[in-house]
Ligand binder design. Structure first.
Ligand SMILES: Cc1cc2nc3c(=O)[nH]c(=O)nc-3n(C[C@H](O)[C@H](O)[C@H](O)COP(=O)(O)OP(=O)(O)OC[C@H]3O[C@@H](n4cnc5c(N)ncnc54)[C@H](O)[C@@H]3O)c2cc1C
Ligand code: SF4
Length: 329
């Protein structure tokens, strides 16, 4: 690990001031990802600005939505009674991730900005365009079971590893940012980028910007919502494929509204907009669900080890939506 200085910021303005103009400064949440990257010398910050002193409140809004401070821990958010009642898919997604100990440390801001788990990214002896632009990509012909089937590029086939972000994408969350040029907001679905030819640029954040809060609008059909994660082990494993879904059914059994997002399939949490459009107004039955899954995965491509994820994603979509049509849902 390289030498670095450490500063703890009392609020967003102080954090932004400390990091301003220093390209080698990094904001530090719970450190569960960043410190690992520093140990591997993938990240070599000169300064860590601890932002765990930023707001961590989880506050219901007058419109029925929710405002979550960036420093709320993953544990606090999953345990919050408003979240469990009104956004059960979010609680489920968080609890499907990591371990209790890591969730106790991990913050909402850090979870959103956690880096890919591609093993070649962490191995400084491997070629990786994300770590070193132009170096190549050892994952393309290497071990790529966990890699992307949607939106990948010749330069990078990594996936975004967050479970929480998949639920936030389905929930139409907005991320409130603050930075040297002042505050602004961006849809979570637009925050992360596809790799293109610059996989090292992972988000739309500008230099020095931080995540201050996340806001979620109300989900009127929360009763029919869930998160399912398919993985190699029952716990403590990243998603091969995951699905966050919410379903609103009309009296005649057709789909009035639907939210669908996929994890483990792309460089960003994947909002399944094509499947949503294909489902609206259709009967809520396995045939419609399969047809919608086919539409969403039409452009999917597999690598040596991950082609199975295309069919897995389709079947998981069908299974999750099927669960949500039951009377007990
Ligand atoms: C063994 C293990 C298993 C895991 N399994 C899963 C899993 O199954 N599913 C899953 O979703 N996750 C999993 N994780 C990842 C874990 O969820 C993340 O490490 C955690 O959410 C990161 O949060 P943090 O607060 O510790 O971030 P940090 O490590 O502190 O920071 C991560 C990144 O975010 C930046 N950052 C932090 N806060 C802010 C802010 N407010 N504004 C701007 N930038 C900020 C940092 O600079 C850094 O780049 C696992 C991690 C480990 C170690
Ligand atoms: S998939 Fe992306 S992160 Fe992994 S080695 Fe290739 S360029 Fe690096």
């Amino acid at each position: 690990m390289n030498p670095f200085s450490y500063e703890r910021a009392a609020d967003a303005a102080a954090a932004i001031g400390l990091a301003k103009g220093n390209a080698a400064a990094r904001y530090l949440g719970g450190g569960t990802n960043l410190v690992d990257l520093m140990r591997e010398t993938v990240e070599r910050p000169e300064m860590l600005v601890d932002v765990t002193g930023l707001p961590h409140g989880i506050e219901p809004r007058a419109d029925g939505g929710l405002l979550i401070g960036a420093s709320a821990t993953n544990t606090a958010l999953a345990a919050d009674s408003h979240v469990r009642t009104h956004y059960p898919l979010l609680a489920r997604a968080i609890l499907a991730g990591a371990s209790a100990q890591i969730r106790n440390m991990a913050t909402v801001g850090g979870n959103i900005l956690q880096r890919t788990r591609c093993r070649y990214f962490y191995d400084t002896a491997a070629a990786c365009n994300k770590r070193e632009p132009g170096a190549g990509c050892d994952a393309r012909d290497g071990f790529n079971r966990y890699h992307a089937i949607l939106g990948a590029s010749p330069a990078c086939v990594a996936t975004h590893p967050s479970d929480m972000c998949v639920a936030l994408a389905a929930l139409d969350a907005t991320v409130h940012l603050d930075g040297p040029d002042g505050p602004r907001s961006i849809a979570l679905a637009d925050l992360h980028r596809l790799p293109g030819d610059r996989p090292d640029i992972e988000t739309e954040l500008k230099p020095g910007e931080l995540i201050a809060a996340v806001e979620i609008p109300p989900l009127p059909f929360a009763r029919r919502s869930t998160y399912r994660k398919v993985r190699d082990r029952a716990s403590y494993a990243f998603a091969l494929v995951s699905v966050a879904a919410a379903l609103d059914l009309a009296e005649d059994g057709t789909v009035r509204d639907v939210r669908l997002a996929l994890g483990g399939v792309a460089h960003k949490p994947w909002r399944a907009s094509a499947a949503e459009a294909a489902l609206k107004g259709r009967p809520a039955n396995p045939e419609s669900f399969r047809a919608a899954a086919e539409v969403e995965l039409a452009a999917a491509t597999g690598l040596r080890d991950n082609g199975f994820k295309i069919e897995l994603a389709k079947r998981t979509i069908v299974a999750v939506l099927g669960d949500l049509t039951g009377d007990e849902a």
